[in-house]
Write a protein that binds this ligand. Sequence first.
Ligand code: FAD
Length: 370
Amino acid sequence: MTDLTPTTDDQHARVVVIGAGQAGLSVAYHLRRLGLEPGTDLVVLDRAPSTGGAWQFRWEALRLGSAHRVHDLPGMRAMGLAFEDADRSRPARDVVGAYYRRFEEHYGLRVRRPVAVTSVTRTTGGLCVATRTADGHEGRIHAEVVVNASGTWGTPFVPWYPGRDTFAGRQLDTTEYRSAAEFQDQDVVVVGGGTSAIGFLLELDGVARSTRWFTRRPMTWSDTSALDLESAVAAVDEQDRAARAGEVLPSIVSGTGVPVSRRIRAGLDRGVLRDERVFARIEPSGVVTADGEHVHADAIVWATGFRADLRHLAPLHLRTAKGGVVVADGRSAEEPRLFLAGYGPQASTIGANRAGRLIARQVMDELAAS
Ligand code: FAD
């Protein structure tokens, strides 16, 4: 059952997990198996109102498996649940939200929500997690170890282009996109080379008056072959290298190419998915391409990715001069009582699952040593 009790002023826990998405739930599941008691030893916090992690906020038309596979949480099979059997005619946000709810209830994880973590600071015995509930109630939880699993949805990344602030139409990012109906009979420019951009273009086709698609680099499409597996492994390795070096994490899709599903194939054949190199500047009425064409736009949709949402960790001063955080095997190099689940090579539902086991073991070792 979801525990709706707001945090009171000062509490103690052995481990606090920040975020109940795939990464946070996976870590919590393994910590419980290793003997921590949810609700007392182990406190899981999430600022969102419901179950599902970031999935609960995704747009209506998004379906499970439309681009990538969503992996089961560890322990889901034992409950007789599998995403493979999920209803693909329903929005992914509803399906994932319902599955995660059953998972949390089955394993008694007692996630507290909506409770936002506003900061994490060092104390003599560990870390202090400051919290705020939706009604403004503030609290602090003193923990020996913190596992941050806050994902990226809270920090969409929108690049700067000359004239961006002069655009007279609507600009929105992936987190603000709801449905194509909002763009009925409009000229829409979509920016970005990931699966979100592709999903928007396919949904806008036949609803918007026109769409144009701009990406920084030419799109690479991939069929499911051995080569793709290799490039996926290489992309995860590159994430790992960047995380260990404290660099800003690269985009995963730029390393792997986008798999061509039947729906994408149809979009390519219809000419809906024709990528052009990104425009040179933005004007009040649209964008101007590198060769000087003015493209009229009522709206610009920035599907340009995300950054790790680590704002609440700012007091720990983890950022390097290279703009990232040094993380090796899910653990902060700067603050050994802090783990980052779902970060870098662990981003993706399968990576998040691996993070659960890897991090839970290290957390238990840290607790035993302290
Ligand atoms: P999230 O699901 O984002 O969970 C983080 C949680 O932390 C949230 O519930 C949030 O409320 C909470 N939180 C954040 N900050 C705080 C705070 N300060 N205090 C309290 N709580 C906080 N991956 C796949 O493997 N397959 C796919 O098909 C796939 N499709 C995707 C489609 C889109 C459009 C996007 C953007 C991503 C997709 N991904 C997919 C990547 C996917 O998001 C990850 O694989 C995975 O679900 C992320 O899990 P997470 O636990 O790291 O983050």
